[in-house]
Design a protein around this ligand. Structure first.
Ligand code: GDP
Length: 261
């Protein structure tokens, strides 16, 4: 019993404040969000309330906790490579944001709230700008798990087709375990800062699909169809991160390659 769960909701500021007061944490990793880009076009206000204002609620609770206890609680804020949107790759901490979805707009707002609270109140807040990071625990409606799950089902004869959206988009896909180490490292530094976390290598959705079907000895072209339902009204064409700052300041480097992923 070293892990204790508490009910909370980013829409419930009083509840967040109570959890923080009761647990008196040393570090907070704020990963909560409505994080699906396509869903954010269907539920934009909910996404803003959770991802942007939800972050503000948590920062307000953090500010009061630090004031009340005199303790410097370290706070990690999960930004997103989606904030770069249409900005030309490779993207680093100096690249302007150009968000292309309600999700990304909300994440940009949360990022600037976090910067403002760091500067205004001297709080230890680090912003991670993580590029796509994947693992077996990724939600099944995100590309990587949607594809790998379908490959397994097709190989077992349980499914005939896989319907996808835009195959031309390029993403910088890394392994979530590597990226979580980077989050932790950010909170172990003397000073808080903002960091891009990425592999520096990008691949198209098509390449990902080809590799995943290839693992099972299948030709993806026989199984994959496109369905406009999965096309986003505004797409992010090409994300490729430059994690030089994380390399030099955190000594961080990804360990799992695209092919291994
Ligand atoms: P995102 O990069 O945060 O939006 O992560 P996703 O895993 O949801 O999407 C990665 C890329 O795959 C995006 O460019 C999507 O447009 C593209 N994509 C193509 N077909 C699909 C699909 O059927 N589902 C999802 N989730 N993404 C798709």
């Amino acid at each position: 019993a070293n892990l204790f769960l508490h009910y909370g909701d980013l829409l419930d500021g009083a509840g967040l404040r109570r959890i923080i007061a009761e647990t008196n944490p040393d570090e907070i990793y704020h990963l909560g969000a409505q994080s699906h880009v396509k869903v954010s076009f269907e539920q934009p206000s909910y996404t803003a309330n959770t991802d942007a204002v939800g972050t503000l609620r948590l920062l307000e609770a953090l500010r009061d906790q630090c004031n009340g206890t005199g303790k410097s609680v370290r706070f990690y804020n999960a930004g997103s490579s989606e904030m770069f949107g249409m900005s030309t790759p490779p993207q680093n901490e100096a690249t302007p944001f150009y968000p292309r979805s309600p999700y990304a707009v909300s994440k940009v707002a949360a990022h600037w709230y976090a910067v403002n609270y760091r500067e205004a109140y001297g709080l230890f807040i680090a912003n991670g700008i993580l590029f796509n990071h994947e693992s077996p625990r990724r939600g099944e409606t995100f590309l990587t798990r949607k594809v790998t799950r379908a490959v397994g089902r097709i190989a077992m004869g349980l499914q005939d087709k896989l319907y996808l959206g835009n195959l031309d988009a390029k993403r910088d896909w890394g392994y979530a375990g590597d990226y979580v180490k980077a989050m932790w490292l950010m909170l172990q530094q003397d000073e808080p800062d903002d960091y891009v976390i990425a592999t520096g290598e990008s691949h198209s959705v098509r390449e990902f699909v080809e590799a995943a079907f290839g693992e099972a000895g299948l030709d993806w072209r026989k199984y994959v169809e496109t369905d406009p339902r999965y096309i986003r009204p505004t797409e992010v064409d090409h994300l490729e991160g430059d994690a030089s700052r994380a390399r030099s300041k955190l000594g961080w480097a990804p360990e799992v390659t695209f092919a291994e992923l």
